[in-house]
Design a binder for this molecule. Structure first.
Ligand code: SF4
Length: 131
């Protein structure tokens, strides 16, 4: 006897299980908002890129959110603010919404996001600065 034969019933059970697994995965992605914000999601830089960006950036950070409300922190996170832009040509310092500090080695501010903003930073609301 050949026990490896797949019966029609086995086939339908397997296809059904795969369909349910796929449905579960897509529901999970939808719940995470993965489907709608894919175009605005910043690429995840390679570990080496992060090190290079960190080395190229001034040696200060603008990540202290201790004075912010939970909503303001959530806004920073939802717009994926980072001190080190993954895009060499898109940084807070050339964003229309950036408010620079008196010194280039200090955290600036942003018209949109509360809290300290690094000149080399970035968020998904970046807008090209016009002169
Ligand atoms: S909008 Fe985003 S990219 Fe522009 S200055 Fe504010 S934090 Fe930086």
């Amino acid at each position: 006897m050949d026990d490896k034969r797949v019966t029609r019933r086995d086939f339908l059970l397997r296809v059904g299980a795969l369909g349910l697994a796929g449905l579960g995965a897509s529901s999970l992605l939808s719940a995470c908002g993965g489907g709608q914000q894919q175009q605005q999601t910043a690429p995840q830089p390679e570990a080496a890129s992060v090190d290079t960006a960190a080395a190229a950036s001034a040696d200060f950070s603008c990540t202290d959110v201790s004075g912010l409300t939970a909503e303001e922190i959530q806004m920073r996170e939802s717009l994926q603010y980072t001190d080190h832009s993954p895009y060499p040509d898109k940084t807070c310092s050339n964003c229309q919404l950036f408010i620079p500090a008196e010194s280039p080695n200090q955290c600036g501010a942003c018209q949109l996001i509360k809290g300290p903003i690094h000149p080399d930073g970035y968020c998904t609301s970046w807008v090209q600065k016009v002169s």
